[in-house]
Design a protein around this ligand. Structure first.
Ligand code: PGA
Length: 250
């Protein structure tokens, strides 16, 4: 059985005071659920939140990472640095990084490899834009994004990684994929990995992301190939995030 994983992607939100209040509520009211729970705050807050979360069962992740290990890369942060301050992993290939910061499939694949090499867990995001879905190209797009990583790191890498299917048209729009739309793509992604190794495919967790909220979480998480969620906006509200954790399948 795959353990569901709920991760909060805070994006560029928060302040020291807001973060402290948010994590305190999350930690103290964490539902008695078997789900794995992560929060992914902005980089500058990671070290402080690692201390605040110490001893809790909430893991810490970064939203991005440099593909290089060290050196003259002004403004960048390595995976080893993330591990050093207490991170368990990092999101790579979020659609905002791909679309707004020009990250290619190949760069995302290198970031994925860098996170693994540091002994951390990558959360690899894939997903199609609205025009691509409407053109019937959803599978082609996620296959291309996934294959870049499979080709560089090999299928074995997926024993230590998490996937997130995030249709770009559903992110921050309030327009969630239906459970059937999510399930269809999740099953496809699992099948693509099974093409390389069926055992690894059966165990890899695939989160859904895109306007998940307390009101739609249970329905999405009940789909057989949906193993939790990557939560943006709703992860900034303690009540909503806690309710989403409670909705995880046990
Ligand atoms: P959203 O964001 O939940 O606000 O749609 C999800 C994400 O971008 O990970």
């Amino acid at each position: 059985m795959r353990r569901q994983i709920i991760a909060g992607n805070w994006k560029m939100h928060g302040s020291r005071a807001e973060n402290a209040a948010l994590v305190e509520t999350i930690v103290h009211r964490l539902p008695n659920s078997t789900a794995e729970v992560w929060v992914c705050p902005p980089l500058v807050y990671l070290a402080e939140l690692a201390r605040a979360l110490g001893g809790s069962r909430v893991s810490l992740g970064a939203q991005n990472v440099c593909a290089e290990t060290q050196g003259a890369f002004t403004g960048e942060v390595s995976a080893a640095m993330l591990r050093d301050v207490g991170c368990s992993g990092a999101i790579v290939g979020h659609s905002e990084r791909r679309a707004l910061y020009g990250e290619s499939d190949q760069l995302v694949a290198r970031k994925f490899a860098a996170v693994l090499a540091a002994g951390l867990t990558p959360i690899l995001c894939v997903g199609e834009q609205l025009a691509e879905r409407e053109a019937g190209r959803t599978f082609e797009v996620v296959d291309r994004q996934l294959d870049a990583v499979l080709d560089l790191s090999g299928v074995q890498a997926f024993t230590r990684a998490v996937l997130a299917y995030e249709p770009v048209w559903a992110i921050g729009t309030g327009k969630t994929a239906t459970p059937q739309q999510a399930e269809e793509v999740h099953a496809h992604i699992r099948g693509r990995i099974a093409g390389r190794d069926a055992k690894i495919a059966a165990l890899v967790r695939i989160q859904y992301g895109g306007s998940v909220k307390a009101a739609n979480a249970a329905e999405l998480f009940s789909m057989p190939n949906v193993d939790g969620g990557l939560i943006g906006g709703a992860s900034l509200k303690a009540e909503e995030f806690l309710a989403i954790i409670s909705a995880a399948r046990s």
